[in-house]
Structure formats: C-alpha cells, structure tokens
Design a protein around this ligand. Structure first.
Ligand code: FAD
Length: 315
C-alpha cells in the first residue's frame, strides 16, 4: 500500500476543513501519515488520529517556523524520506506551493499545483492559464507532490479520536534563509477563512466603497466576503480579500459575485466554484458568461432583498 504524507501547517485548536479534506483524500490513496510543522495540543493530535493516522512527524526544533518556507521544505523533505511516502499532499496557498516546489527540487520529483480532481492512476485535473484551459497531468518522476484546492474533495466523517505516535525529525535549516522577525495576529472577523468558506460573497468596483450589503448577505449565509482587485486597490477592503490571478484562488460551493465585471484575472481565482451567481446591472457584462444564475440589477437593491428572504426562511 502506498504511504501518503499529508502536510498540516495549521495546528490550531481543531482541524480546519481543508485539513480534513486533505486527510480524507489521502485515505482514498493509501496509508496516511502526517507531517506537522506548528504547535499542536493533544486534542488536535487526537483529531488527526481520528482519520486513521497512526504516525505524525514533527521537526525536532521550533526553528522551522522561524524562517520562511525553507525550514518547512527541509523538514518535509526529511519526512518524505523517513516515511517512504510515494505521495505528498499539501494545501494550495502560495506558501504551500512554494514549499511543494522546494521539496520537488530536493527530491527530484514532479509537482502539480491547483489540483481539483484526481483519478485512480493519479492523473490530476487543474485549470491553467488563468482558467483558459483544463489540464490533465500526472507526475512521472519520483514522489507525486500535489497541492490541492480547498472545497474540491469531500471531507469524510472522522472516526473516534486516537493519539498517533509522534516521530521527531532532525531538521537542518539552510543558512541562507529569510527569517521571520515579527508576527501580528489577524483581526478576528467571525467569518470563515476565504479559502475555506463554502459560501463567498464577492464585490467589485460596483460596490462603490460600501461592502455593507455584501457583509450582511455573507453573515446570513455563514460565508466569507471577497473582492476584485479594483475593490482592494481602491482600499475599500483589505488586500487579503482579493480573489483572482494575483489574489486568492477559491472554490466554494456558492460564489456570489456582485458588481464585478468578470475579467479573466478575476475568473482565474473563482471559476471552479460549484455554483456562481452574478449580480450586475450591465446585461452584457462578461461575468454572465460563467454564471450559473445571473441577475441583471442593482446590487444595492438585489442583495438586501436576498438577505431579508434568507433570514425570513431561516436558511
Ligand atoms: C496582471 C494582472 C493581474 C490582475 N489580477 C487580478 C486579480 O487577482 N483579481 C481581480 O479581480 N482582478 C485582477 N486584475 C484586474 C482585472 O483585469 C480587472 O481590472 C478587475 O478584475 C476589475 O474589477 P471589477 O470587476 O470590480 O471592476 P470593473 O471591471 O470596473 O467592473 C465593475 C462592474 O460593476 C458593475 N456595476 C457597477 N455598479 C453596479 C451596481 N450598483 N450594481 C450591480 N453592478 C454594478 C458594472 O456594470 C461592471 O460590470 C489583474 C489585472 C492584471 C493586469
């Protein structure tokens, strides 16, 4: 049976949804072991164990988290070697992609990013060139290293919590690395992380500085708020909310686009969403080409009506 190494870098109080998805996907491919970079309490480790994971690899020093990517790449390379893994699964953030690339170079192995589907023979599906092409590809050299988009694979129900065995991995941090000199906690919004959210309400230039109606709808649906670059560049919302080619890539179950024209660079970050609803007052807007449902109208009329109806129905 193939050993599948899943890299978890979150280590919060409980497993994030994207982490449960990775563990579930791993379970369909072989025996799952985990490499864990951050601090983790027993409840978190028990959660990992509830996915049938019997072994967790951890770096022998906290130094891997004091430097950017290089430390985690060094740790992960060793974890692959020690575990004998044939498949390595990571999340799909920019950081994870860079770590995957570095591990790929160290192990002379192929890397596929942005994976949205996987066949039994490990043929992966991904969108390329800002979403213009859907590509099927397979790693033919070394370990199969895949970065997997959140919300594309189902997270299975966990079993009973159980403590996995912990294995310390000696890690040598390369001397020429960028060191982290300080950290600031993100303000807590109470909304889900953009990359993790099942529902996203995204606004563009049409919002004209007022994200209030989008936030109301997002809260009614338990979703996150995203934005086009026009909106983040205007300073109406923080840059971390940007979706698209130079922003985040998201694949929620429902993406509500309001006052966004649907430029190719915006589409690149959201077109693998399961259902896309577009609200735009211009009937010729290109966003309607990729929308499953389109509403031609003023977002300041449409969104409050939708929010009111959803709250009334208790959805
Ligand atoms: C290298 C590069 C990278 C880029 N990366 C990104 C990226 O990551 N993400 C991204 O989003 N863009 C990116 N862009 C920018 C992209 O090309 C577009 O300029 C941008 O997406 C436009 O944002 P928008 O749709 O909000 O604005 P616009 O194109 O101006 O569209 C605004 C829309 O709002 C509609 N509207 C106006 N008022 C209302 C109303 N009251 N109700 C309903 N609809 C209304 C209008 O009809 C219009 O369709 C990138 C560009 C380049 C060159």
């Amino acid at each position: 049976m193939t050993t599948v190494l899943v890299f978890l870098d979150h280590a919060g109080a409980s497993l994030a949804k994207s982490e449960r998805e990775l563990l579930s996907l791993g379970g369909t491919l072989g025996d799952v072991v985990v490499a864990l970079a951050g601090d983790a309490d027993q409840a978190y480790l028990d959660g990992v164990g509830s996915y049938g994971v019997e072994e967790v690899y951890r770096p022998d020093s906290g130094a891997v988290s004091d430097v950017l990517v290089a430390g985690k790449a060094a740790f992960l390379t060793e974890a692959v070697r020690v575990s004998g893994a044939g498949i390595l699964l990571l999340g799909n953030s920019h950081e994870m992609k860079e770590i995957a690339a570095r591990v790929g170079v160290r192990l002379e192995s192929g890397v596929i990013t942005d994976v949205v589907a996987l066949d039994g023979d490990l043929t992966a599906t991904k969108a390329d060139f800002a979403g213009s092409y859907t590509v099927s590809c397979r790693v033919t050299t070394g370990v199969t290293i895949l970065t997997v988009k959140p919300n594309t694979f189902e997270a299975v129900e966990a079993g009973l919590p159980s403590a996995p065995r912990e294995v310390q991995i000696p890690v040598e941090i390369p001397p020429a690395v960028a060191r982290i000199t300080g950290r600031t906690d993100k303000p807590v919004s109470g909304r889900p992380e953009l990359a993790e959210a099942r529902v996203i309400v995204a606004g563009g230039r049409g919002v004209d500085g007022n994200f209030g109606p989008l936030e109301d709808l997002a809260d009614a649906l338990g979703g996150a708020v995203g934005a086009s670059r026009a909106a983040t560049d205007a300073g109406w919302i923080e840059h971390s909310a940007q979706i698209g080619q130079t922003g985040k890539t998201v694949s929620p179950q429902l993406y509500i686009s309001a006052g966004i024209s649907g430029a190719i660079q915006q589409k690149a970050g959201m077109q693998t969403s399961k259902v896309i609803v577009a609200i735009n007052k211009d009937a010729d807007s290109p966003v309607f080409e990729i929308a499953d449902f389109g509403i031609i109208g003023d977002l300041f009329t449409v969104l409050p009506q939708a929010t009111e109806e959803i709250r009334k129905r208790g959805l």
